[in-house]
Design a protein around this ligand. Structure first.
Ligand code: R5P
Length: 327
């Protein structure tokens, strides 16, 4: 190794909070490094203590923690882990957050409201992260909320590959329908990837109500198989309304595709009852078994572990991540 190629950081050290143990194990398998030991203890007063089993001084550390339910507990765990690693003199710390919560609070679109997504970014930085990695944030402006560098990844190619390799032959005149106009651009990219036309739903949310109303379909779905696409399923209300709307407009089979399956409250039960051929999603957010069983074989969960594992390896080696996406 020449003088210029000299490594700045020590080895890769992987840590995980308690939010997504299966995903963390799969990432560790891909990277070929075990998850490092740590204790995460919650006291009766709900305060959390983290203790590392070994020193991380001088190491290149990655902390895997998604911020789905329980959102606040998972965010605090992430922040406390980051600070613990910083205080133990890690050389570089990367927060690996597959699902970044509060993404929908990304602008002051009404008087006297916060931009909580910015606050979350600030907290991650202040806690000690030097870099971050996340997937398909709700809006692109999230990148601007961080002043540390990050890798904002997308699962688009995974979803496109799944359709082209596993579904394509059984689809009848497929059309992609973006569940709302906010997802229109990504929906168009997805449609281009599977070589299908695109249609859009105009959706309205009254004030801050969790319940959405699918108003108008822009495009034609009559006698087409429909693939509904969205970034996240929260209450499932948007998807349920969209399914009913496209069915009313003459759609044949309906497929649902989303990146982040939050499935809050009764969402899984309500969605499983819909006339949907397949629900395709990823493991950025773990789906508890009692919810996933409701879908039977209709639920397909594509793992992001190889993607995150590869990005961690490349980040550590100082190799391009864009190359992975042909950039
Ligand atoms: C909102 O703009 C997002 O893209 C999703 O459409 C939204 O999070 C879905 O929420 P829900 O499942 O509660 O309708």
């Amino acid at each position: 190794m020449s003088q210029h190629e000299m490594k700045i950081f020590g080895g890769i050290k992987l840590y995980a909070g308690t939010s997504c143990p299966e995903l963390a194990d799969k990432i560790a398998d891909y990277v070929g490094e075990p998850l490092c030991g740590r204790d995460v203890i919650e006291f009766p007063n709900e305060n959390i203590l983290v203790k590392l089993h070994t020193s991380v001084r001088g190491q290149d550390v990655y902390v895997i923690q998604t911020t789905s339910s329980p959102v606040h507990r998972n965010i605090m765990e992430l922040l406390i882990l980051l600070q613990t690693l910083k205080l133990d003199s890690a050389a570089r710390i990367t927060a690996v957050v597959p699902y970044l919560s509060y993404g929908r609070s990304d602008k002051k679109d009404q008087p006297r409201v916060p931009i909580t997504s910015r606050l979350v970014a600030d907290m991650i930085e202040v806690a000690g992260a030097d870099r971050y990695i996340t997937l398909d944030p709700h809006a692109g402006q999230v990148q601007g909320f961080f002043s540390i560098p990050g890798d904002i990844l997308t699962t688009l190619h995974m979803l496109i590959d799944y359709v082209n390799q596993k579904l394509r032959n059984q689809l009848h005149k497929p059309v992609v329908v973006s569940v709302d106009l906010g997802y229109a651009k990504k929906g168009r990219n997805f449609a281009a990837g599977i070589d299908a036309p695109i249609a859009f739903i105009e959706k309205r949310r009254v004030a801050n109500d969790a319940k959405a109303e699918a108003l108008t379909l822009i495009g034609d779905v009559d006698d087409h198989d429909v693939i509904l696409v969205d970034d996240e399923i929260d209450t499932g209300g948007s998807i349920a309304q969209a399914v009913n709307l496209v069915k009313k407009e003459g759609a044949r089979q309906v497929y649902v595709m989303c990146v982040h399956p939050l499935m809050s409250g009764e969402a899984a039960r309500n969605l499983a009852a819909l006339p949907v051929a397949e629900f395709i999603t990823t493991d950025t957010v773990p789906i508890p078994t009692e919810k996933s069983v409701l879908f039977g074989k209709r639920l397909k969960v594509l793992s992001i572990a190889p993607l995150l594992g590869e990005v961690i390896c490349r980040a550590h080696d100082g190799r391009s991540v864009g190359e992975l996406f042909n950039e």
